[in-house]
Design a protein around this ligand. Structure first.
Ligand code: AMP
Ligand code: ZN
Length: 440
């Protein structure tokens, strides 16, 4: 049984095991207008860790991720590259290279890319339009004078009374609802009706638009895509776990809940919201707009691998911010070497730490304490094993006995056990980190 912190209830809870279907896990993917930085990768490595833990504990998860390929930023980038008359096809070509770069980065940090169902937003345009029309028909959306279609928060709140519950029950207190925003990203103070379908603007959109008889020429707002994609990909089943970075709680996930409940009914939409904290640099969130970011390429130039980065993230809990320094990355690199030198076993030691809200610092400490690295743990960590063999149980028992003999300073016995181990075809070396066992 896995325990996970749920942002909705603000508690660590047991993740229910679906009995008649797979466990549905959804992750908000990136906007593919630029290369990912290592802060972004933290969010996906944490999601991958969760996915691997679910697999190891036989939850049979199905993992779905969207790619935001249509928004203000991807349009801007497309026009800059293909000119003011750029089309939807140009937008596809512009975003495709960042999609491929993103997948390459995920592979480099050993995220199980091939097991994720990855969905581009522009591939679900019809379904998005239908969803928005559904909201119009139910009275939760309206078309404004500017031609765009907006979500009506006041109407939603009157019926559901839970808008903003993800960020806190008192969220709406003292706030005026009703103003409108067309931009995708906005702050909490500017609580407003948000665009579900944005009217085409020839000045800023080139020739990039989709047409719909009721909604008109335009494109989706940012939040609607996730409501639609998880409904389509999970065939209307609930989302068991929805992951994303903490910055997505508002407005993105808050609005996603409102849209989905408005159309599908209250409750049971997402059971557990799981948010990962930010990677920081000198006390500030790593981000494109702060110009304080590193990419995997920057790390490789200094001799670090994607796996070093992955292991670095395990030195902090995902619900805490983590500070990036080159020294800390170096320490992770060295720790990883030691971990790989531990004898490989078939045990499942340390698994309970991972199952308990992904307590990776504890899980790592436990493997060192046990002085062996269980193969299943390395798989969970996403660390490739280079060892060609797993130690036989008999050898492991002898290694354990020898450890005790050494602790009680019974050196005659420890030498005797060393011989027994050698007779089984293995040699033991004593190192600062303990015994290292290799096949002769
Ligand atoms: P974006 O492409 O900006 O939508 O970001 C993609 C993902 O990266 C989201 O889940 C963000 O929450 C996450 N993210 C962005 N910056 C950081 C950071 N500094 N540390 C960890 N995650 C981040
Ligand atoms: Zn999303």
């Amino acid at each position: 049984m896995i325990k996970l912190y749920n942002t909705l209830t603000k508690k660590v809870e047991e993740v229910e095991r679906p009995t008649d279907r797979r466990l549905n896990m959804y992750t908000c993917g990136p906007t593919i207008y630029n290369f990912a930085h290592i802060g972004n990768l933290r969010a996906y490595i944490v999601a991958d860790l969760l996915y691997r833990t679910l697999k190891l504990d036989s939850y049979n998860p199905k993992w779905v991720m969207n790619l935001t390929d249509i928004d203000d930023k991807t349009i801007k980038g497309t026009l800059a590259e293909f000119g003011a008359q750029a089309t939807a096809k140009d937008l596809f070509n512009f975003t495709e290279k960042y999609k491929q770069a993103f997948l390459e980065d995920l592979r480099a940090v050993n995220v199980l890319v091939d097991e994720i169902e990855i969905i581009r937003v522009t591939d679900k345009m019809t379904e998005i339009q239908e969803f928005v029309v559904g909201l119009l028909n139910k009275g939760y959306a309206y078309k404004a004078e500017d031609g765009s279609t907006y979500f009506n928060i006041e109407k939603y709140q009157a019926d559901f009374a839970d808008y903003g519950q993800l960020v806190g029950e008192k969220f709406l207190e003292g706030k005026k609802v009703g103003a409108r925003v067309a931009v995708d990203e906005y702050e909490k103070d500017n609580l407003s009706d948000f665009a579900l379908w944005k009217a085409y603007n020839p000045e800023s959109d080139g020739n990039i638009y989709w047409e719909h008889e009721l909604l008109g020429k335009g494109r989706p707002g940012w939040h609607i895509e996730c409501s639609v994609i998880n409904q389509v990909a999970f065939h209307g089943q609930p989302v068991d776990i929805h992951t994303g970075g903490v910055d997505l709680m508002f407005p993105h996930h808050t609005n996603e809940i409102a849209q989905s409940q408005a159309l599908l009914g209250k409750g049971n939409f997402v059971k557990c919201w799981s948010h990962s904290e930010h990677l920081m640099v000198d006390g500030q969130r790593m981000g494109k707009r702060f110009n304080n970011f590193y990419t995997l390429r920057n790390l490789k130039e200094k001799g670090f691998s994607g796996i070093d980065l992955r292991y670095f993230f395990f030195s902090a809990h995902y619900t805490s911010t983590q500070n990036f320094t080159w020294e800390a990355l170096e320490a992770a690199h060295n720790g990883l070497k030691k971990l790989k030198d531990l004898p490989l076993t078939n045990e499942k030691a340390a698994l309970d730490k991972a199952l308990s809200d992904l307590q990776m610092p504890d899980a790592v400490a436990e493997t060192f304490l046990q002085n062996s690295s269980p193969a299943s743990m390395l798989d969970l960590f996403g660390i490739p094993t280079f060892k060609a063999h797993i130690l036989p149980k008999k050898v492991l028992e002898l290694v354990e006995k020898r450890k005790m003999a050494k602790e009680t300073k019974d050196f005659a016995k420890s030498d005797q056990i060393r011989k027994e181990i050698e007779e089984l075809g293995y040699e033991v070396k004593d190192t600062k980190e303990g015994q290292v066992v290799n096949k002769i």
